[in-house]
Design a protein around this ligand. Structure first.
Ligand SMILES: NC(=O)c1ccc[n+]([C@@H]2O[C@H](COP(=O)([O-])OP(=O)(O)OC[C@H]3O[C@@H](n4cnc5c(N)ncnc54)[C@H](OP(=O)(O)O)[C@@H]3O)[C@@H](O)[C@H]2O)c1
Length: 242
């Protein structure tokens, strides 16, 4: 099996790349700034006996689509798993946001994933079990008090995922994981008090780990999920139910 994981240098993407490699998958590791971390992930994947290579690209920029697709097409003639994970959550009060903030977030979470999926469709269709998995957010449903561009883009991403689930069936399944509060760099700016408060609000009593989200992604990528498409799997400790 072969997978492309965007944003695989850190956090959820890193955990996903390692989890998929442990399950026998070669992984293309995309990153933006953290080349050493990405290199470390690649070495760990290779130590697990799988192939790994790196692709650097800024998902805010449409040219990332050809950079990523060309790198994949030059190495592989099929792609089994495409994980749209890369992105960040800039904290911004709405009055201070700009049109560019909205455009950039929409590009990272919706426009580039759509274009990249389109570009890689021929390879995904050659797989006997093509899987596209989006890493969305609880904020796609709930909105954000300090990140309207991000929440807007994550909601757009949901519409994209659900449309692709309909249109790419029956060859390719398309699903979403929607994490709640996960202990990665995204929450690194929180004070210990803010972390405790976040934990108190979660029925399961703590933040989630990147590995727990990776487990959900690995399930959706697995043969056991063959009859699941268009679904959103919450990974949020009960923070949002229903
Ligand atoms: N952590 C949470 O609580 C949480 C909750 C809900 C949803 N999510 C979603 O989960 C996904 C992964 O987040 P994470 O928590 O694992 O964060 P993270 O540890 O900060 O990792 C983010 C990854 O995305 C890459 N990235 C960020 N902006 C990018 C851009 N403009 N172009 C290309 N790559 C970019 C980063 O690359 P470099 O490090 O190499 O720059 C990194 O590999 C994101 O889509 C995020 O919205 C996270």
């Amino acid at each position: 099996m072969r997978a492309l994981v965007t944003g695989a240098s850190q956090g959820i993407g890193r955990a996903t790349a390692l989890r998929l490699a442990r399950e026998g998958t070669d992984v293309a590791i995309h990153f933006l700034h953290h080349d050493r971390d990405a290199q470390d992930v690649a070495e760990r994947v290779r130590a697990l006996g799988r192939d790994a290579f790196l692709i650097q690209a800024d998902l805010r920029d449409l040219s990332s689509v050809s950079k990523l697709s060309t790198a994949i097409e030059s190495r592989w003639d099929t792609l089994d798993i495409l994980v749209h994970n890369g992105g960040s959550y800039p904290r911004q009060a709405f009055p201070e946001t700009t049109d560019v903030d909205f455009e950039e977030q929409l590009r990272v979470h919706a426009v580039v994933p759509a274009a990249l999926t389109r570009k890689l469709l021929p390879l995904l269709r050659r797989s006997p079990s093509g899987r596209v998995i989006f890493v969305s957010s609880i904020l796609a449903f709930e909105g954000s008090k300090h990140g309207a561009p991000y929440a807007t883009a994550k909601a757009a991403q949901l519409g994209l995922a659900r449309s692709l689930a309909r249109e790419l069936a029956p060859w390719i399944t398309v699903n979403v994981v929607a994490p709640g509060s996960i202990d990665t760099a995204v929450l690194a700016g929180d004070s210990p008090e803010q972390r405790d408060e976040r934990g108190r609000q979660i029925p399961l009593g703590r933040l989630g780990s990147a590995e727990e989200v990776a487990a959900a992604i690995a399930f959706l990528a697995s043969p056991d999920a063959r009859y699941i498409t268009g679904a959103t799997l919450p990974v949020n400790g009960g923070l949002r139910i229903g």
